[in-house]
Design a protein around this ligand. Structure first.
Ligand SMILES: NC(=O)c1ccc[n+]([C@@H]2O[C@H](COP(=O)([O-])OP(=O)(O)OC[C@H]3O[C@@H](n4cnc5c(N)ncnc54)[C@H](OP(=O)(O)O)[C@@H]3O)[C@@H](O)[C@H]2O)c1
Length: 205
């Protein structure tokens, strides 16, 4: 079985890459930072690095499992002066995932099996003011996911939207993390369970 995981050089995506590799998957790990992907490959030789900036290129290929995880977070409202976090987030959180779905799902549909996992966020349920820009992009991704879910229904291809709460990654570099924060490995274990146990729809953690 093979899986492609975007944003696999660190954080939740890296934990997913490690967890799926340990579970016996051949993992294509996508990110911009080659050194981190090579380091991941050294500890997990079945991981194949794919260096790509998803805002400008779209990986292709035939995979059993597609995990759309890469995302950008920075605190910011829509009207914040100086920094346009919404604009910065849009290309990766929305457009890149839209392009990836269009490129990677047709082979799954042709074969009539496979699993699409999208990493959403609890921020689409409860968006605090400083997260408006991020929450808006993740909400758009959630609506895209719901459309893909409808279009893939009955095709044999499973779909899951995993929506984590705060998780300790570099996304928290500019803020104080909450005390009950999740570890990336816990999210990765859930993603693996979704695939191995066939959990579909929106799954929160
Ligand atoms: N952390 C949280 O609290 C939290 C909570 C809920 C949901 N999430 C979601 O979980 C996902 C992962 O978040 P995270 O916190 O693990 O993020 P992270 O630690 O910031 O890691 C982001 C990953 O995406 C890659 N990436 C960033 N820009 C890219 C680009 N243009 N092209 C290709 N790869 C790119 C990064 O690698 P390079 O920089 O090497 O490219 C890195 O591997 C996101 O979708 C996020 O919305 C996170």
């Amino acid at each position: 079985m093979n899986a492609i995981i975007t944003g696999a050089s660190r954080g939740i995506g890296r934990a997913c890459a490690e967890t799926f590799a340990v579970a016996g998957y051949r993992v294509t790990a996508v990110a911009r930072t080659e050194a981190q992907l090579r380091e991941l490959q050294r500890s997990h030789p079945t991981v194949e690095p794919l260096v790509a900036d998803l805002t400008v290129s779209v990986p292709t290929g035939i995979y059993d499992v597609v995990i759309l995880n890469a995302g950008y977070y920075a605190p910011g409202g829509l009207l914040d002066p100086g920094r346009d976090v919404f604009g910065e987030s849009w290309e990766l959180n929305v457009m890149a995932n839209h392009r990836l779905a269009r490129a990677l799902l047709p082979p799954l549909l042709e074969r009539g099996h496979g699993h699409l996992v999208v990493i959403g966020s609890s921020a689409t349920d409860d968006t605090s003011a400083h997260m408006t820009a991020y929450g808006a992009t993740k909400k758009c991704l959630r609506i895209l996911y719901e459309g893909w879910e409808r279009e893939l229904k009955g095709s044999g291809v499973r779909t899951t939207l995993v929506a984590p709460g705060a998780t300790l990654t570099s996304s928290w570099a500019e803020e104080t993390p909450p005390p009950n924060i999740l570890q990336p490995a816990a999210v990765a274990e859930l993603v693996l369970r979704c695939v191995t146990e066939g959990l579909t729809g929106r799954v929160t953690i």
